[in-house]
Design a protein around this ligand. Structure first.
Ligand code: FAD
Ligand code: MG
Length: 334
């Protein structure tokens, strides 16, 4: 997603670069500053710590404990970070009116997205599972130390928010080491802190969802996060149809909203991640209305008809590269 180059913000400094695989995705940290080596080590340790708490595929994580105790009436004691992600997720779910819901986990499992034994569940099976998808049945105790899921069979999956949350924690940690310039790439969540090697805003590319080799455009970004959700990386095909990992929580089906990808840009990394998923589920019309009602983010919507809609706050500096693959773009004005 990133166009790299050579040089450094302070001349001669190439930064501390760390590539790692965590949360089932590729991550890369590029950090500049006097304490860049210690800072990048601490950032990597923080990512591992959060993965250990937030993963639902690890048998010893706190999310696994929460899921295991669903409906048995016993509150599960959690770390402040786990409580924070869960309460933020609940807040965002309310904001987007059902398009984002971390209790979609039983539906993810029915489709085999976690086990990777992919299958198309029957309508009856989905109808049986849908009552378990209800973020309001996640009980967050006053005081912020215990949580529980009200019904047996419920489960949470933080795949749509935990990388954004982690990016926000990593950014704060890097700042505590005096770092002002860094690029934090956690899969499809890219946090651009300060400036790049040549003293300019970071240049972050929006991928062509239909061509892994191509970009649709490049955005100059500074002190914001860009989160992308799309149907082009985690999917399977059956009987000529593509089923991917973003689910409409109201139907239990692959979100089929006419969008190929959504990129959201804002200064709040956790909300940004949640919004990219939610706006993908909503589709253009609802996403546009949501953007008009909220002044605090920008977005790039890539429609299946190859029209790229970008909001006006991104117009300056937008470097369109989609012509070659038959795309055109339009600016959405407030
Ligand atoms: P996003 O659009 O940001 O999120 C999509 C993901 O969110 C889906 O994969 C699903 O998990 C969930 N989701 C789908 N629809 C909705 C919805 N409407 N509302 C809310 N959530 C929804 N993957 C593995 O295969 N194995 C692992 O061991 C594993 N461990 C992980 C550990 C952690 C801590 C995290 C954060 C992720 C892990 N993942 C793992 C990856 C995860 O399961 C998702 O595949 C991944 O996070 C997708 O992210 P994205 O940015 O591509 O998509
Ligand atoms: Mg997301």
């Amino acid at each position: 997603m990133i166009l790299s180059g050579c040089g450094a913000p302070s001349v001669g400094d190439v930064g501390a670069v760390r590539t790692l695989f965590a949360m089932d995705t590729m991550m890369q940290l590029t950090v500049y500053g006097e304490h860049q080596e210690e800072a990048v080590d601490a950032a990597q340790a923080e990512i591992s710590r959060l993965e250990g708490l937030l993963s639902r595929t690890r048998s010893d994580s706190q999310i696994t404990a929460l899921n295991r105790h669903a409906g048995d009436g016993s509150p599960v004691a959690v770390d402040p970070d786990v409580y924070s992600v869960l309460s933020l997720a609940q807040e965002y779910a309310r904001e987007v009116d059902g398009a984002f819901d971390i209790t979609v986990a039983p539906i993810m499992d029915a489709w085999g997205f976690v086990s990777k034994n992919y299958r198309v569940p029957s309508q009856e099976e989905l109808a049986r599972l849908l009552p378990l998808v209800d973020g309001e049945q996640l009980r967050l105790e006053e005081g912020g130390s215990t949580v529980q899921l009200a019904k047996p069979g419920m489960a949470v999956d933080l795949g749509a928010i935990a990388k954004g949350y982690t990016a926000g924690r990593v950014e704060a940690l890097l700042r505590s080491y005096g770092v002002e310039d860094a690029l934090i790439v956690l899969g499809g969540n890219v946090t651009a802190m300060g400036r790049n090697y040549s003293g300019d805003p970071w240049r972050v590319a929006v991928r062509d969802p239909l061509d892994g080799e191509a970009y649709l455009g490049i955005l100059p970004l500074q002190d914001v996060t860009a989160s992308t959700s799309g149907g082009y990386e985690r999917y399977f095909e059956q009987d000529g149809r593509r089923y991917y990992h973003i689910i409409d929580p109201t139907t239990g089906l692959t979100a089929d909203s006419g969008l190929l990808s959504v990129t959201v840009i804002s200064s709040d990394a956790a909300r940004n991640d949640a919004l990219s998923t939610a706006l993908f589920v909503m589709g253009t019309e609802r996403a546009e209305a949501f953007w008009r009602a909220h002044g605090d983010f920008e977005m790039v919507l890539v429609q299946a008809d190859k029209t790229v809609l970008i909001t006006q706050g991104l117009e300056e500096g937008w470097d369109f590269r989609g012509e070659r693959n038959g795309y055109q773009y339009e600016i959405l004005h407030r």
